[in-house]
Design a protein around this ligand. Structure first.
Ligand code: ZN
Length: 251
């Protein structure tokens, strides 16, 4: 049975453009993937001879792969599976709840992995989902190498555990979610958390918010999303995603 993947490929490409527009990665490095609804296969941003960069990804550059990371498309296209496809395949294998995976190289977050400095909960109402990441803690993968094999993919998936994000020492981040948009938004919240932590340290001595206010931030952040595979149905996440999409498409 042939499954039409155009809708999910379009959403993955749009997430790439948003994350590229926000400078969460350098040029052509980084990728976004998603499960194909109703099938044991996935779509992922491919590398190709004519690519310009993550910022300019189109749906044609999103290819289908199987659960072991093998391309399911005609190789004459020149599009190739990224070397670090195992980040994606091994997380999907270990987390049935994950519908989308984002891997980016945001420089500000990478600085925190290099210096082994904590990401403190410095705000609450300013950005509750970002505060939630800091309060609950983001696991750190301590190796700084390409995740170019299934064993390394399993290592990373084990470090991620049940979290929605993972820091990768001297490398980048991986985030996951119940849909493409939530996984991308988690990457954006994590990047902003690192940016505020970084700038606060330049300005003075950052103070974590009180335990009471941390509890309020967690309550405000709420549960990440409904269970579905669709786009965020409503509320703050959907509005935020619309904003980033409009920002990206208008510039
Ligand atoms: Zn990488």
């Amino acid at each position: 049975m042939t499954i039409d993947t155009s809708e999910i490929r379009g959403r993955v490409a749009r997430a790439c453009r948003v994350l590229g527009r926000l400078d969460l990665t350098k040029a052509a490095t980084g990728h976004v993937s998603a499960r194909v609804p109703g099938a044991d296969r996935f779509v992922i941003r491919a590398r190709g001879p004519a690519e310009i960069g993550v910022r300019y990804t189109e749906a044609e550059q999103i290819i289908e792969i199987d659960g072991d990371g093998r391309s399911l498309i005609d190789h004459s296209s020149g599009l190739a599976v990224p070397l670090e496809v195992y980040i994606h395949t091994e997380i999907y294998r270990s987390r049935s709840d994950v519908q989308a995976v984002v891997h980016m190289h945001p420089p500000i977050v990478v600085l925190f992995t290099i210096c082994n400095e904590p990401l403190l909960p410095l705000y609450g109402a300013y950005d509750a989902p970002g505060a939630k990441l800091a309060i609950e803690g983001v696991p750190r993968y301590e190796r700084s190498i390409l995740i170019d094999g299934p064993d390394l993919g399993r290592d990373l998936a084990a470090t991620l555990g049940q979290s929605s994000a993972c820091l990768m020492h001297g490398h980048g981040i991986t985030t996951v979610g119940p849909n493409v948009e939530e996984a991308a938004l988690t990457a954006i919240h994590l990047n902003e958390l690192a940016l505020i932590n970084f700038q606060a340290r330049q300005l003075g001595t950052p103070r974590a918010i009180s335990v009471e206010d941390q509890a309020a931030a967690l309550k405000l952040a709420g549960s990440p999303s409904p269970d579905g595979q669709g786009e965020p149905a409503g509320g703050r996440s959907a509005a935020l995603w619309r904003y980033y999409c409009s920002l990206t498409e208008s510039s």
